[in-house]
Design a protein around this ligand. Structure first.
Ligand code: OOG
Ligand code: MG
Length: 262
């Protein structure tokens, strides 16, 4: 069942205001406890459409909660997806102002650059690798709009899966020349190791996670487009940071990516 349009707009306004004003807000399921997954994805889409009306371009898709460490951290057993917008892309060499965040955390991910439109409901990891021009090391900065970063799946889906910023490293490699399921990664904060993991943590293989998202999008006639960037989901738990911190993720075979916060 579709939500009343007024309710959808009210929730979108509520979440966008929290993001713009950099303040955490009570999760939406407190007020609307019977919201469904479908309704949450409809709210997410409305929120993205509003960002587009404000002049921001959609540039890809992100996956969330694709790895055991992340699912355990959040107490859930399912993956989710959201959208990447142009203004979320941050650069390695430009310190990111902390004042733009509420309570950010960084997580290492593998990014896919998609070279052909792909849509369907039975898409496989091989299909994804076939349309991927490059993979690259990435860090996603998540910044839930909800109090204390606590939410249900419905809440986080509506909040575009906590998306805030992401940074892509400069080593772009064809997925044909490396084994994407065995990429070890460590993330450091100010040169001290903060967390370690391996890409197999992402549903056994990051391309399996991307295929899952495409199949989900396919259920409502959507898909990935040539040129899209896809973040395949955090390999490890997410790490908090503060102004002055430098975070670096080092991936075997894929090089490193870092950012600093001011
Ligand atoms: C939800 C977003 C999760 C990932 O890579 O697992 C995510 C959250 O943890 O706030 O982006
Ligand atoms: Mg993520």
């Amino acid at each position: 069942m579709s939500l009343m349009q007024g309710t959808e707009q009210e929730i979108v306004d509520y979440l966008l205001a929290a993001e713009k004003e950099k303040r955490e807000v009570e999760k939406i399921t407190t007020r609307y406890p019977s919201l469904t997954f479908e309704q949450a994805y409809e709210i997410q889409l409305k929120l993205i459409e509003r960002k587009e009306q404000e002049g921001h371009r959609r540039i890809g898709v992100k996956l969330g909660l694709t790895s055991k460490p992340k699912q355990e951290m959040m107490g859930v057993h399912e993956s989710i997806y959201g959208y990447l917008m142009e203004d979320m892309l941050a650069l390695e060499w430009e310190p990111i102002p902390f004042s733009g965040f509420i309570h950010p955390k960084a997580e290492p991910e593998i990014a896919f650059l998609i070279d052909e439109d792909i849509q369907g409901t039975e898409v496989t990891a091989e299909d994804i690798l076939g349309v991927t021009k490059y993979v690259a090391p990435a860090i996603e900065i998540i910044d839930s709009r909800y109090l204390d970063f606590k939410f249900t799946l419905v809440d986080v889906i509506a909040d575009n899966c906590s998306s805030s910023k992401f940074i892509i490293g400069n080593k772009w490699v064809s997925p044909q020349i490396l084994d994407l399921k065995e990429i070890g990664v460590y993330m450091s904060k100010n040169s001290e190791v903060a967390t370690v993991g391996t890409s197999a943590a992402v549903l056994g293989h990051p391309a399996t996670a991307v295929a899952w998202a495409v199949n989900k999008l396919g259920e409502t006639g959507r898909g990935l487009k040539k040129g899209d960037i896809v973040l395949s989901g955090a390999i490890t738990e997410a790490i908090s940071f503060q102004p002055g911190d430098t975070i670096m993720a080092q991936f075997a075979d894929l090089g490193s990516v870092s950012f600093s916060c001011k």
